[in-house]
Design a binder for this molecule. Structure first.
Ligand code: SF4
Length: 351
């Protein structure tokens, strides 16, 4: 018999049974700006010791991974772009995994780029899983920018941070070099500052980023703050600063090295535009069908019984319930109460 405690389920979302909006794990996230986040997969080959979403093969808190059909994502972007009704949309492909692992990535980029109001497509990735041919295909499909997650240039430290021997930072640097010299795709890097762990490496990355042709149209480096999350990993020995301390730290590095590191959102052409409607209030009761597991153990996906089958109105709801109830819950209809909503990401409990 399968031991469910250690069993991670791979869930393909190929039809309209699961709405595309409402989960952080997959589908579409709208934060009320001209940037639409597209999340095709939760799969990641690394298990970074600071991963805020606890991804990768070593995760002990995830019990499902998701892969979403490209057609569902392209249709959803199309509908949401029409709803937003502006002509400067950026689609950012990211997620609770690495989209570089998504099999239909080229077709996804191609499909999204054919939408007239989408002016820019960017993608967050660690890049190591791609190759020159794939990068060329992504350029031809219309990708404009890689945001490469890279937290050090040191081969030993990067393996330790990734918690996986397969990660070769030298390959990443070669692929960045190839991209800059042979394609129109811009590259910027977005390291996480892990205080007490990669402080000196961050400075080396700043110097390298500003001197290697990165950031043709955008700032070459965007240093991220480490933010501890309930389900995420927290490395031993890290100092966690508040936002004021973090900004001061970047300001000090700016002064020391002479490179700009703090940027306004205008640099990325981010503007506030019509957000998708909030469809449920906190405390509201909703009848849902439990479709399958959610990403973390003890979470399930609920699809509302009353659906419009529109990406503007429909929301998937993450339902928190004891994992032992899986057999009786999946496939059943239950009433849930919304307990949280942030950017149309809904969490509920069974009534
Ligand atoms: S930080 Fe990114 S690359 Fe590392 S485990 Fe998490 S999702 Fe994967």
């Amino acid at each position: 018999m399968l031991n469910k405690k250690f069993y991670k389920k791979l869930i393909y979302i190929n039809d309209f049974s699961v709405p595309m909006v409402g989960s952080l794990a997959f589908g579409i996230v709208d934060r009320g700006t001209n940037i639409i986040e597209v999340r095709p997969t939760t799969i990641c080959g690394l298990s970074c010791i600071f991963c805020s979403v606890n991804a990768g093969p070593k995760s002990k808190v995830r019990w499902a991974e998701f892969i979403v059909s490209k057609d569902l994502l392209i249709d959803a972007v199309n509908e949401i772009v029409r709803y937003k009704n502006v002509n400067n949309i950026e689609v950012h492909i990211d997620g609770m995994g690495d989209p570089g692992n998504y099999k239909d990535l080229v077709e996804l980029v191609q499909g999204i780029k054919s939408i007239a109001s989408v002016k820019t497509i960017s993608m967050q990735t660690r890049l190591y899983m791609l190759n020159e041919k794939k990068i060329k295909q992504l350029e031809e499909a219309g990708l404009d920018r890689f945001n490469v997650s890279i937290d050090s240039l040191d081969p030993i430290l990067t393996k330790r941070l990734a918690d996986n021997e397969i990660y070769e930072v030298s390959k990443v640097l070669e692929l960045i070099d190839y991209t800059l010299k042979n394609t129109k795709i811009d590259v910027i890097i977005s390291p996480v500052l892990l205080e007490n762990i990669n402080d000196e490496e961050i400075k080396k990355l700043v110097i390298w980023a500003y001197n290697s042709g990165l950031g043709k149209k955008w700032p070459p480096i965007l240093i991220q703050k480490f933010i501890p999350h309930k389900r995420g990993r927290i490395p031993k020995g890290i100092h966690i600063s508040n936002w004021k301390e973090f900004n001061e730290k970047l300001h000090n590095i700016e002064k020391e090295l002479g490179y700009k590191l703090l940027f306004d959102s205008e640099v990325f052409n981010i503007t506030r535009v019509r957000a998708l409607p909030i469809v449920y209030d906190i405390g509201e009761k909703v009848d849902v069908k439990i479709i399958d597991r959610g990403i973390f153990k003890g979470e399930f996906l609920g699809a509302p019984i009353n659906r419009s089958y529109s990406n503007i109105e429909d929301r998937v709801i993450t339902v928190v319930a004891p994992s032992e109830l899986e057999d009786s819950l999946v496939g059943s209809k239950v009433k849930v109460r919304i307990i949280d909503n942030n950017d149309n990401i809904y969490i509920a409990r069974i009534q």
